[in-house]
Ligand binder design. Structure first.
Ligand SMILES: [Zn+2]
Ligand SMILES: [Zn+2]
Length: 313
């Protein structure tokens, strides 16, 4: 029986180490046969982490889930935030946790080696390879639980049934909701509360939201500085009026200048990372016929595993 590990590294931002090598690892092991490894499975894992007392000091403040989350994910199709089915799941997570702000950032192609979870996975695989006896999932949990990986404490769970996250699926994510709460870019998805109190509750992280509001309300996606290095998005935000900030995704080599011009709406200036999204935007927002349309988007499934870093603020 093939077992698939789903690995999550939760980082405490108040930890003074800058290496991203600290934090707490969670591993969920599932038998391959029952996995439809969609983002829904990963969201269920995140829910399990949120409700695990061992993570309370990192995840919670004053008994509430911290209001700003950063998810660093691999760019695989089951977690890449540019796919609509994933955007809907992330929106669901955002609402279920009553977050003020959720940013999902992917590693660009070829950059996965910099994912700290990948490095931990190498260590896990080496341990697994050195074991010759056939192990059940529960036995494997015991083995991985016993020793720290790169000095990080590990929690391991064996799961052989499907868990639907947050008990029920909330299908109320419409295109309109996405327009009003999200900025989608090639390698990032940012979701924030809107100002309509009938739709979203008051922000909890008021200072951070004020800083964002001084911009267009969102953290910048991947942006290169003049020296060719990628800039920390919070620094970009802090100094945005002092630097010549490029337009969204302008520094992505996969987007030509010609295509890039078409990705900014020529009517309202909103950016989308694909022409398909732009078409959907124009159809929903600028076409009279569809302006009243608040169509529900369907959820779908897909495959592969996620290595994910969670940084709640
Ligand atoms: Zn809202
Ligand atoms: Zn527009």
């Amino acid at each position: 029986m093939k077992l698939i590990p789903f690995v999550y590294l939760t980082i405490d931002p108040t930890d003074s180490s800058n290496t991203l090598r600290t934090g707490k690892l969670s591993i969920f092991i599932r038998p391959e046969y029952f996995i439809g490894t969609s983002l829904e499975t990963h969201i269920a894992d995140l829910e399990s982490i949120v409700s695990n007392e061992e993570f309370f000091t990192i995840i919670k403040k004053d008994d509430e889930v911290k209001p700003i989350w950063i998810l660093l994910v691999d760019g695989g199709p089951d977690e890449n935030p540019k796919h609509m089915k994933n955007i809907i799941q992330y929106a669901h997570l955002f609402r279920a946790l009553n977050l003020d702000y959720l940013t999902v950032r992917t590693h660009a192609p070829g950059q996965s080696a910099y994912n700290p979870v990948e490095r931990d996975m190498t260590s896990l695989s080496a341990k697994l390879a050195s074991i010759t006896l056939p192990f059940s999932g529960k036995r494997l949990c015991d083995i991985w639980r016993r020793d720290d990986i790169h000095g990080k404490p590990v929690t391991v769970k064996y799961i052989d049934k499907e868990i639907i996250p947050f008990n029920e699926f909330d299908s109320s994510t419409s295109w309109e909701w996405i327009e009003n709460h999200a900025q989608i870019c090639r390698y990032s998805l940012d979701i924030k509360k809107c100002k309509n109190r009938e739709c979203c509750s008051e922000n909890r992280a008021t200072d951070a939201m004020l800083l964002l509001d001084e911009n267009d309300g969102f953290l910048f996606p991947i942006t290169k500085g003049k020296d060719g290095h990628f800039i920390n998005p919070i620094h970009t935000l802090q100094y945005y009026d002092k630097l010549k900030i490029l337009l969204y995704d302008r520094c992505c080599p996969s987007i030509s200048q010609e295509l890039h011009q078409q990705l900014y709406c020529n009517i309202c200036g909103k950016y989308f990372p694909t022409l398909k999204f732009m078409k959907e935007h124009k159809r929903n927002v600028h076409s009279k016929r569809h302006s009243q349309n608040n169509k529900q988007l369907k959820r779908t499934h897909n495959e592969t595993e996620l290595e994910c870093v969670v940084i709640p603020f």
